[in-house]
Design a protein around this ligand. Sequence first.
Ligand code: NAI
Length: 393
Amino acid sequence: MIIKPKIRGFICTTAHPAGCAAHVNRQINYIKESTSIQGAKKVLVIGASTGYGLASRIAASFGLGADTIGVSYERPASEGRTASAGWYNTVAFERAARAAGYIAESINGDAFSHEIKQETLKLVKEKLGKVDLIVYSVASPRRTHPDTGETFNSVLKPIGQSFSNKTVNTNTGVVSEITLEPATQEEIENTITVMGGEDWSLWLKALEEADLLAEGVTTLAYSYIGPEITEAIYRKGTIGQAKNDLEATAHTLTKQLERYHGKAYVSVNKALVTQSSSAIPVVPLYISLLFKVMKEKGLHEGCIEQAQRLFETLYSGSTVETDEEGRIRLDNWEMRDDVQQAVKAAWSEITTENVSELGDLEQYRLDFLQLFGFGFDEIDYELDVNPEVDTTL
Ligand code: NAI
């Protein structure tokens, strides 16, 4: 089958297996060329197939030399439909990691469920023994609670009052004004249930009960703060409430991990194009302006550069540098005064006519296509490929 991108709004419904493998391999090569770090050797990544989770898994194997188990929720190919990008990424990662001599096992299913947790624990016990790093990088629009069976949906809305700002349709390049109505109390609570810290702490509890936490264990989850431009929709919006909950969970988990001399951290990462961030109104326009400024200043990073910097922060010094709230700040370059001043100045002027000049919409679009395995020069997209890649190696 000849696979081309089919973009519907902010999702692409097709993915290219060879392109996804190219994406994974580029990230592996970046890590191989970076300074290697002494750190965790047995790593569990929950939300391991795309974005920050995939980059963390790659950096763990090829940078730290770790064996990994990854949990994700992806769609295999069926009846002429391609698999999801995360499915192809996982196959490509496993192949490369195994070829390099590392254990790489993956579980595909709902990480929020008791069943997948139990299945994972069994695999961890069998293949890794105790784990010394657990990365929690799940981003999901919904969660079925494992105890009640009730399904909660998260929303991306402001709180208290409506919010109007500029946004861009990244496909057409049209900049327009968007108004978002405030969330109800129930929507706020549901978003916390989906994207807050409860599931992270349930994973740690399950691992502890199964006696699978190693001495000195570290666990990480990812958060975002961002600038004033996106504050109403992000940090002071429903998702921000969930991130506050996630960050509070890190403190609770650190207390629980004291007996292992372990620690839970939230790392505040940079805004990047991922399947999750492209769904947030206003944010893609901010990202395209940010990319332009950060590239001009030589500060641009993607998920893999952030993952490398994260492990350097975590494992290179005798202490881990954090902010006053104990968070690792990988967004420090994004939040630099000169960067934010430049973005703010461009923001006030941005229109459909000048968006390509003031912003880096081209890079945004390329990054978006590459999430699904498209836009790689080394891939011939006219070639007939089998969407059902062989997962039995
Ligand atoms: P992503 O959409 O690329 O990855 C989400 C991962 O979660 C995938 O591996 C997916 O398979 C997995 N997943 C989703 N639902 C699942 C379920 N029910 N069971 C098992 N796995 C499931 O997202 P991204 O952007 O990498 O986000 C990861 C974390 O990083 C999130 O906490 C996000 O808020 C945070 N973050 C993202 C930033 C960005 O700009 N993209 C910036 C800073 C933090």
